[in-house]
Design a protein around this ligand. Sequence first.
Ligand code: GRF
Length: 206
Amino acid sequence: MTEPAPAARLVVLVSGSGSNLQALLDAATDPAYGARVVAVGADRTGIAGLDRAANAGVPTFVAELSAYPSRTDWDRALTAHVAEHRPDLVISAGFLKLVGPHFLAAFGDRYLNTHNSLLPAFPGMHGPRDALAYGVKVAGATLFFVDAGVDTGPIVAQVTVPVLDDDDEQTLTERIKVAERRQLVEQIGRLVRDGWTITGRKVTIP
Ligand code: GRF
């Protein structure tokens, strides 16, 4: 009998409500999923994302930028915290900080971010707001490998949702998040179970 492959180790970084984190925590309760969340990190205290981790019995760490003399020191500290948990993948799920060169040197080949727009349109902090202001008719979410730019890395997957005539920022944001969470769970599962290659900008999951 062959042993099942050990579950891949996920470290998830959050700054807010952590509903994407929750979706991963829920998926990982099934051993067939192939991954488990071994730690959750944040750049601030007092957020629901950290409570969700604690409720699931997952260890947490916090690296606040203001606690370090420089951004470089913070980057090194964040890297050390994450490294301690020996992740196979690191996932930014609503983590509102750009990591630095030290972090990317350690995890740049396995650090993913989920963003609430159809990149390369509407990068940055206000994807749904910017999409509404532009008047687009479809919006969505993008899962990508993080590089040194802002929301510029190689794309793993995208999902679309309609923009409705009576949408405001909140209704569109919520519609995107429902599709985004489903995509995140599905694609992280595929990555850990099947592996991937990146050729130029093109990500392929066999
Ligand atoms: C997600 O929509 C993500 O794209 C954006 O922030 C949101 C995080 O939501 N950057 P949550 O904290 O996972 O609920």
